[in-house]
Design a protein around this ligand. Sequence first.
Ligand code: UD1
Length: 335
Amino acid sequence: MKIINVTGARPNMMKVAPLMEAMKKHRELKPVLIHTGQHYDEKMSKVFFDDLSMPEPDIYLGVGSGSHAEQTAKVMIEFEKILTSERPDMVVVVGDINSTMACAITAVKLHIPVAHVEAGLRSFDRTMPEEINRIVTDSVSDYLFTTSEDANENLKREGIPDEKIYFAGNVMIDTLLRHREKAQKSDIIKRLGLKERGYAVLTLHRPSNVDGKENFKRILDAILQIQKRIKIVFPIHPRTLKMIKGHGLFDFAEELKNLAVVEPLGYLEFLKLMTDAKFVLTDSGGIQEETTILNIPCLTLRENTERPVTVTEGTTAVRQEEFLSYGTAMQQRGL
Ligand code: UD1
């Protein structure tokens, strides 16, 4: 049975790695790894293959950046050619990025069964591009592997029959637990001159936070206040870097003496950075789950989350407005 596994962007890598490894243990399976190239920088892609000991992709589509329509279309056009020549028995997609949805639609139209790993997550916010990707991918998939009970409920509510839903657990967390010890050996804490629990970590990349100048300014205003009390390490996503420069805010960020803006980090380095942090500020979905397992407090800079268990059972608080008003409130008090 030939199975095509799709990866495309940074948050896909840690989900695909354990799947490829598990499939390789079964002689009757022939796993093929395809990288769409949605993320292509060394630091957004290659380093993850090295850190996670993932095999080189069998096929690289090299689609790169573009508008949502362009990126989705490019993946579909290239992936269709691969499916026609490779004729797999199944396609496995993970997560909620544009490549996930594009490959699922392409496969199902060629009558190739699709499995979606991390199905059923819903933020109920259709302004989020990932929410559209989740809804579309789940609606065309044949096998839906879920990570939480709420995901099962969401799928059932959308009319997906029980027999398509497999409550399988969280492969991203499998990867974390597997690499936890190895990550301890990373020298990132020393390299950045940090002390255990003496710093916070910040990640930001969602269009809702970084694309609009006003919102981004409010976030930086709050960060300005927080970094007066604790050092903040900010591994900056390429789209955030582009936006911060475009908004003319980069010089301001550089002036914040206790905010360390660094390049995107590898998987093991970032895992170590989270493990030793006092708290994490983020708008990422995956980091909410990772901090929950690591038992590190996480403030999610969004108005909603598709991962409610990280709030009810984990360490996450989703408080966008409170966070944004923090800077202003502090300033009003002359702090
Ligand atoms: C994508 C996913 C998002 C995921 C995130 C993690 C979608 C809709 N979004 O968002 O779910 O949480 O990845 O990183 O699929 N860029 C580079 N180098 C790269 C990759 C991107 O410079 O290696 C820049 C490009 O200028 C691009 C921008 O970042 O325009 C955005 O990249 P894109 O892949 O469109 O989406 P992300 O915002 O990274």
